[in-house]
Design a protein around this ligand. Structure first.
Ligand code: NAI
Length: 275
């Protein structure tokens, strides 16, 4: 019960990583406000939470929506912890093809939203004597090949913003960290597809199969894996942790799994079988 008596805000809390984190924080005692554009899923989650989770429609590309979400938690007794997490895949084009508008839209959704979340939450946390913030970055902030350019650049921005904000806000006792998820099976990969539900389900199954083999740890990443890391970073147990990031990726950033997977033999095993 690390969040007993605390109030939390989670953006993108209606699905995937945000939903799992809202549930985890509520389980550990927090009263949680989730903000999302998916009203049906957000209200469903709130309805089954025994009053621990409240939903507010919040489009994180709108500054006023973010501000009023933070104020909702504050007016119920004070905002203690924030998970800036809402997001989507962003513009898929490469840098020599992307339009200025698509670039701006992606940065607004993934980077400006996080900056504004911190902007509006920090003064409210200061009134309480401090607080903690976690921002969702991505393995795509650390290298190429994971996600499109506009998305990856925004996520790298989130990583650096977390450090800058940690330095700015230490004086008011607000800690800021980032979480770096690897390949996590959520709806993010199929949400944008305009296909019948059946086909979306099939696509989700294929993604789950690929996810199970994408990294050294021999299973797919789950939203709950990230929720556990976020709960730690938001809790007082991480009281001396600020301006850094926690990579939760099943080892995807250290490489593939040729050392033990016969289906991915790696260079030397491939050479051996050839000779
Ligand atoms: P998801 O699609 O399951 O959840 C994202 C949530 O954000 C949805 O409920 C969606 O309605 C909401 N959302 C989208 N645009 C919004 C907006 N303008 N305002 C408010 N809410 C909005 O996806 P997932 O995977 O849980 O994504 C959560 C975060 O994790 C995102 O920032 C994503 O970029 C990041 N991430 C996900 C990874 C993965 O493999 N699933 C890997 C690395 C990072």
């Amino acid at each position: 019960m690390r969040f007993s008596g605390k109030r939390a805000v989670v953006t993108g809390g209606a699905s995937g990583i945000g939903r799992a984190t809202a549930l985890r924080l509520a389980e550990e005692g927090a009263d949680v406000w989730i903000g999302d554009i998916d009203e049906a899923a957000g209200q469903d989650l709130a309805a089954t939470s025994n009053g621990k989770i409240s939903f507010r429609r919040c489009d994180v590309t709108e500054a006023d929506d973010i501000r009023t979400l933070m104020e909702a938690a504050d007016s119920a007794g004070g905002l203690d912890v924030l998970f800036n997490n809402a997001g989507a895949g962003g513009a898929p084009e490469k840098i020599d093809e992307i339009s200025p508008e698509d670039w701006d839209r992606t940065q607004s959704l993934l980077l400006r939203s996080v900056a504004l979340g911190i902007r509006y939450a920090a003064p409210l946390m200061a009134k309480r004597g401090g607080g903690a913030i976690v921002n969702t970055s991505s393995v795509s902030a650390l290298g190429t090949g994971y996600a499109p350019t506009a998305y990856s650049t925004a996520k790298a921005g989130v990583l650096h913003l977390s450090k800058m904000a940690a330095a700015d806000l230490a004086k008011i006792n607000v800690r800021v960290n980032a979480v770096i998820p690897g390949f996590i099976t959520t709806n993010i990969f199929t949400r944008h597809l305009e296909v019948p539900e059946e086909q979306r389900e099939r696509a989700n199954q294929i993604i789950a199969q690929v996810a199970a083999k994408a990294q050294p740890v021999a299973r797919a990443g789950r939203p709950e894996d990230i929720a556990a890391a976020v709960a730690y970073l938001l809790s007082d147990e991480a009281g001396f942790v600020t301006g850094t990031h926690l990579v939760v990726d099943g080892g995807i950033t250290i490489g593939t799994r040729p050392s033990w997977d016969p289906e991915q033999p790696g260079l030397f095993a491939a050479l051996e079988s050839f000779l």
